[in-house]
Design a protein around this ligand. Structure first.
Ligand SMILES: [Zn+2]
Length: 341
C-alpha cells in the first residue's frame, strides 16, 4: 500500500529547489553521466520526454532522513507544504541515491554542526498538480494536533497514509505495485470478499436510489454541468465534494453536496477532476485534457467558459465546489504544461 510523504517547502532554499527541479523538470542528459546505468534506463522508460521532476532529502546528521526515505516506494504520494497549506501533490515514480547528481543539481549545505551534506536521497515525481488544502485539514484526517505544522520531511505510517489517501481519493495509482495474479485470484474466490463486494454494491445502489428520488423526482432533470435536460435514467447523483472527504454533517446535507450529472460525459469528467468550478462559478478545464480529440470537442460544446448554474443559484453548494477545485481539480504544476489548452 502507498505511503504519504509530507515535504515542507517554505524555506528559501526549498523554494529554489522547487522552481529549479520540480516546476522546471530536469533534463535527464544533464545528470545521466553521474547515475548508475540501471537508473538511467529506468528513468528513460518512465519519462520518454527526458524531462524529470526531481527532489531529494539530505541524510541528516544522524542519517534520520535515510531511514524514512528507505520506506518510500514508487506509487507513494508527496504533498508539498508552505504557509500552512499543501500546494502541490505528486506521485513518486522512482527512488535513487546519488550524491554526485544531487550536488550537481542543488549543491551542498552544512548542517548545524558543520557537516557538509547534499540532497542525495532522491526521487522522481509524476502526475504533479496544484492543490490548496489547509494543513489543519490533513491534521484532522490523521488525528494530529490541529496546529501541528510540517517541520521536516516526513513519511507517514501506513494507517495515517491510508486515511490521507482515502481523503484524497488516491487509493491505488498507476505507479503503485499491483497485487500479483494469484493473490487477486484468491481474493475474488474468498467468500468474505464476495460478500463484502455485494454489500458495498448494495449500499451504493440504495444510496443512489434514495438521492435520485429526493433530488430529481420528475421524469427529467438538468445535468448540473452541461445544463442539458435528460431522462433521469441518464443522470447520477454525483457528490460535488467526494463522499469519503465529507464529515457526517456534510453527508446529510445532500440537497447541497450532491448534484445531477449526466452519464454522457459530465459525471466522468468531474469525478476525475478534469473539470471543476472556480471561485467565480465558471468551469475550468484541466490542462491535462487537449482540444482536438473527442473529449476536447465535448468540453468545447458543453462546458468550457460557461458558468455553472447550480453554483450561481445555490450559494450553499459553493464550499463543496471550492473543495473540489482546491483538492481534486487536476491543475498543472509544470511550466511546459500550462499552455496546452
Ligand atoms: Zn452533462
Amino acid at each position: 500500500m502507498s505511503l504519504v510523504v509530507l515535504q515542507p517547502c517554505a524555506a528559501a532554499i526549498s523554494k529554489k529547489h522547487y522552481e529549479d527541479t520540480i516546476k522546471s523538470p530536469v533534463h535527464l542528459e544533464k545528470v545521466a553521466g553521474l547515475l548508475e546505468p540501471s537508473d538511467v534506463d529506468r528513468l528513460s522508460a518512465l519519462y520518454p520526454s527526458g524531462k524529470i521532476p526531481l527532489w531529494g532529502a539530505k541524510p541528516g546528521e544522524n542519517n534520520q532522513h535515510v531511514a524514512k526515505w528507505q520506506r518510500m516506494r514508487p506509487g507513494d504520494i508527496i504533498l508539498f507544504a508552505k504557509n500552512n497549506e499543501f500546494f502541490t501533490l505528486g506521485v513518486i515514480t522512482y527512488l535513487l541515491r546519488s550524491s554526485a547528481a544531487a550536488t550537481q543539481l542543488w549543491g551542498t549545505a552544512e548542517t548545524a554542526n558543520g557537516i557538509t551534506q547534499t540532497w542525495e536521497c532522491m526521487f522522481a515525481i509524476d502526475e504533479l498538480r496544484t492543490i490548496s488544502i489547509p494543513v489543519t485539514e490533513i491534521n484532522r484526517v490523521v488525528d494530529r494536533k490541529p496546529n501541528a505544522n510540517v517541520q521536516e520531511f516526513q513519511v507517514l505510517p501506513q494507517d495515517k497514509s491510508d486515511a490521507v489517501l482515502e481523503y484524497l481519493d488516491m487509493v491505488g495509482n498507476a505507479y503503485a505495485p499491483v497485487p500479483d495474479e494469484p493473490a487477486y485470484e484468491n481474493d475474488i474466490e474468498d467468500p468474505d470478499f464476495a460478500q463484502m463486494e455485494f454489500m458495498v454494491e448494495a449500499v451504493r445502489r440504495a444510496e443512489q436510489a434514495f438521492l435520485r428520488k429526493s433530488l430529481f423526482p420528475g421524469d427529467t432533470a438538468h445535468c448540473a454541468i452541461c445544463n442539458r435536460e435528460f431522462p433521469v435514467r441518464f443522470l447520477v447523483a454525483g457528490h460535488i465534494k467526494r463522499r469519503a472527504a465529507c464529515t457526517d454533517a456534510q453527508k446529510r446535507d445532500y440537497f447541497n453536496v450532491v448534484m445531477p450529472n449526466c452519464t454522457f460525459g459530465c459525471d466522468s469528467l468531474f469525478g476525475r477532476g478534469l473539470i471543476s468550478v472556480d471561485d467565480t462559478g465558471h468551469f475550468q478545464v484541466s490542462p491535462m485534457l487537449h482540444y482536438g480529440d473527442a473529449a476536447g470537442q465535448y468540453l468545447q460544446d458543453f462546458v468550457a467558459g460557461r458558468a455553472c448554474q447550480l453554483w450561481m443559484q445555490n450559494p450553499a453548494t459553493r464550499p463543496y465546489f471550492d473543495f473540489h477545485y482546491k483538492t481534486d481539480f487536476k491543475n498543472a504544476v509544470l511550466e511546459h504544461e500550462s499552455a496546452t489548452v
